[in-house]
Write a protein that binds this ligand. Structure first.
Ligand code: HEC
Length: 277
């Protein structure tokens, strides 16, 4: 190849990797999906410039052009839908509880859809070559809203039924007593873990391994090690491509962690009972 051709090709590559293309968000809150472009969203009268202190994805203070998530969700039928599924370009599939997104209490955190402007792209995420755009769900105030409720690089938002309705294999045995912690554990799993993990094949993401098939972590990890792995997997073992986030007490309380572990143990018992039939 001639030098000029090589130069032209490498310049083309440099420019294409730095240019942000106008993006579309697919939004489905009823039966008909809508496609909203970056410029349509930025032109919304509900748009504001917001400041997020210690942003979850950027790990520093950030400012965004954003619209309240509530303005996108007006009219969503909460008797049919329980979650807003956010599909990200990297395979992360968050299941945001509609009850949180639509919470009207004055002190409740409010969710916003941050929109990356085409003419002033956001910086790359720490340790990555890409930004959080084109769309990123952020919360104000941020305190106490777990990292898995901040999906970035969002391409699609869709109102869906509860995960246990969509994937019955995620459900604890219906004959369990109503006060069994496994019920609350299923809620925790389907909010905090399902963005990356399947269980019994149920769930929408393959970023992390299935947590009951073929084996449940209770079969190969000591309960104490499992607890530490969930709290901070990098403290237990570490490698550069590791993707499992830490779940400190601020995003997963001790009570929620106990319930989650009870759920995982229960799902192992159910799998064994099923296999013995
Ligand atoms: C952002 C994605 C993500 C989320 C959210 C997440 N995990 Fe993970 N998890 C991973 C990935 C990826 C791995 C594989 C190891 C790695 O790359 O860190 C993993 C590994 C694990 C393992 C070890 C499995 C093995 O055999 O090595 C366990 C147990 C686990 N996760 C449990 C959980 C639980 C419980 C939750 C919810 C509180 C959770 N994870 C939330 C991505 C995630």
């Amino acid at each position: 190849m001639r030098f000029a051709t090589v130069l032209a090709l490498s310049l083309a590559l440099v420019f294409s990797s730095h240019r942000t293309l106008a993006a579309n968000l697919i939004l489905e809150t009823g039966s008909n999906p809508a496609t909203l472009s970056t410029s349509e969203l930025l032109a919304s009268p509900a748009r504001q410039e917001i400041a997020i202190g210690n942003d979850v994805a950027y790990q520093r203070d950030m400012r965004f052009h954003a619209i309240p998530m509530k303005s996108l969700l007006s009219g969503v039928d909460q008797s049919r839908f329980d979650r807003l599924q956010a599909v990200a370009l990297d395979g992360f599939v968050a299941q945001l509880p509609l009850s949180l997104l639509l919470d009207d209490r004055p002190d409740a955190p409010q969710a916003w859809l941050a929109i990356e402007p085409v003419d002033s792209p956001w910086p790359a995420l720490p340790g990555k070559t890409v930004s959080a755009g084109p769309f990123y769900v952020v919360w104000m105030p941020a305190d106490g809203v777990g990292g898995e409720l901040w999906p970035y690089q969002v391409a699609e938002l869709k109102a869906v039924a509860s995960p246990t309705k969509r994937w019955p294999q995620l459900s604890p045995d219906p004959s369990l007593p109503a006060d069994s912690p496994a019920w609350h554990g299923a809620e925790v799993f389907t909010t905090q873990c399902i963005a990356c993990h399947k269980l019994n094949g149920g769930g929408g993401s393959d970023i992390g391994p299935d947590l009951n098939q073929p084996h449940n972590p209770y079969e190969y990890l000591q309960p104490d090690a499992l607890r530490r792995l969930i709290r901070d997997s990098a403290a237990l073992r570490h490698w550069p491509e590791q993707r499992m986030p830490a779940f400190p007490e601020s995003s997963l309380s001790d009570g929620d962690l106990d319930a989650l572990l009870a759920y995982l143990e229960q799902m192992l018992a159910q799998r064994k009972a099923e296999a013995a039939k």
